[in-house]
Design a protein around this ligand. Sequence first.
Ligand code: ADP
Length: 165
Amino acid sequence: MSEKIALYPGSFDPFHNGHLEIVERASKLFDEVVVAAVRNPQKSEPLFSMEERQLMIASSLSHLNNVRIVSVSTLVVNVARDVGATAIVRGLRAVSDFENELQMAQMNNRLSGIETVFVPTSSAHSFLASRLLREVARYGGDVTEMVPPPVAEALKIKFFETEMD
Ligand code: ADP
């Protein structure tokens, strides 16, 4: 039987514990999970470069041996085809995520026939959002419990450097 490969795409700016939970759970459901940091031209000025995000995600997932990380600037369905994905995995926090996610899943299915699998987050992580974390960290709030250690370190460096400018 062929390998079941999941593609988990996102901006991951930055990668946080909600994302981590989804990858850990997907890694038990699929033979391989490809985490794709996707450049999203619709989102305003990113905090971390694509290279920084890829490195941070790789360090945060080094305990999982069936996960690989890529960074891309193309359509998610193209990445799915290139990596031979069986399905796209997306995390769901709340009903508010659902409408947009459903529309994206239907569009991706129409474009390429690929299925999307939704993984509901645990309540412990459902409040986490990269946008909020960026704001809290920017103003000196402590987010160390909400992100993997390599991301906490990178945030500290990023905002310390900004303060020194
Ligand atoms: P995007 O730009 O694709 O929305 P994100 O990095 O915000 O990128 O999210 C990537 C994926 O992770 C999406 O499927 C999103 O629903 C999911 N996600 C975001 N935050 C959480 C969370 N706290 N718990 C579980 N899944 C999450």
